[in-house]
Ligand binder design. Structure first.
Ligand SMILES: Cc1cc2nc3c(=O)[nH]c(=O)nc-3n(C[C@H](O)[C@H](O)[C@H](O)COP(=O)(O)O)c2cc1C
Length: 187
C-alpha cells in the first residue's frame, strides 16, 4: 500500500517537520507500507485553468500521477490568512474528481493561532468530502508553541495524537483498498 505524504506549502519548515514525524509513526504502525513525500516546494506550479492534463508542465503532471497512484494520503497544511495555502488548493483543482475516491486521508496542520484548527473543519474537510475520501475522524493541529527552535515537536501530547492518527489511518487505508474496482466503476 502506497501512502502519499503531501507537504502542502512552498514556504516554512514546520509542515515538513510534522510530516516527517508522521512518516515515522506510519512506519511504526505498519512497517510494510510504502511512504512517499511530495513536497510542493520542489515543483514548478502552474495555475489550473481547465486545460487537459497533458498540456501542463512535467511537474504538474508528476503531481497528478503521484496522487493517482497512491492508496492513501496524509495532507499537511499550514494556515495562511485563515485558509489553506493557495498552492495546495491549486493542486486539488488539478485532480480528477475520482482520483482520491474512497481512499484514506488524514490531515496534519499547523498555525500561529489556536482557534484556526477550525480551518481544517470548515475548509479542508469539505474539499476532501467532495472527493469522497475516507477522512479519518482524528487530525492533528499543531501550534507554533509545540515546536522548539529547530522545529522539533516538543509537546508529548502531539506525539501521542500523531501515533494514534497513524494507527487509525492504516486501518482506514486497508478499508479503502478492500473496495473492488467494479464497485467504484458502477457509481
Ligand atoms: C502569509 C501567512 C499567513 C498566515 N496566516 C495565518 C493565519 O491566518 N492563521 C494562523 O493560525 N497562522 C497563520 N500564519 C502562520 C503560519 O500558519 C505559520 O507560519 C506556520 O504554521 C508555521 O510554520 P513555519 O514556521 O514553518 O512558517 C500565517 C503565515 C504566513 C506566512
Amino acid at each position: 500500500m502506497k501512502i502519499l505524504l503531501v507537504d502542502g506549502t512552498i514556504i516554512g519548515q514546520k509542515t515538513s517537520a510534522i510530516l516527517e514525524q508522521t512518516r515515522l509513526y506510519l512506519l511504526e504502525a505498519s512497517p510494510e507500507v510504502e511512504v512517499t513525500i511530495l513536497k510542493l516546494a520542489d515543483y514548478q506550479h502552474q495555475f489550473v485553468d481547465g486545460r487537459p492534463l497533458g498540456e501542463y508542465n512535467e511537474d504538474m503532471q508528476h503531481i497528478a500521477r503521484e496522487f493517482e497512484e497512491a492508496d492513501g494520503y496524509i495532507i499537511a497544511s499550514p494556515i495562511f490568512q485563515g485558509s489553506i495555502p493557495g498552492v495546495l488548493k491549486n493542486v486539488f483543482d488539478l485532480l480528477h474528481p475520482r482520483t482520491m475516491r474512497y481512499k484514506a486521508v488524514s490531515i496534519v496542520a499547523n498555525g500561529g493561532t489556536y482557534q484556526h484548527h477550525l480551518v481544517i473543519e470548515n475548509q479542508l474537510k469539505p474539499i476532501l468530502d467532495y472527493f469522497r475520501c475516507f477522512v479519518t475522524p482524528n487530525y492533528v493541529y499543531t501550534h507554533t508553541s509545540h515546536f522548539d527552535e529547530q522545529n522539533r515537536i516538543t509537546e508529548e501530547d502531539v506525539h501521542d495524537r500523531l501515533r494514534e492518527l497513524a494507527r487509525v489511518f492504516v486501518k482506514y487505508m486497508e478499508m479503502g483498498c478492500t473496495l473492488s474496482k467494479e464497485t467504484l466503476d458502477t457509481h
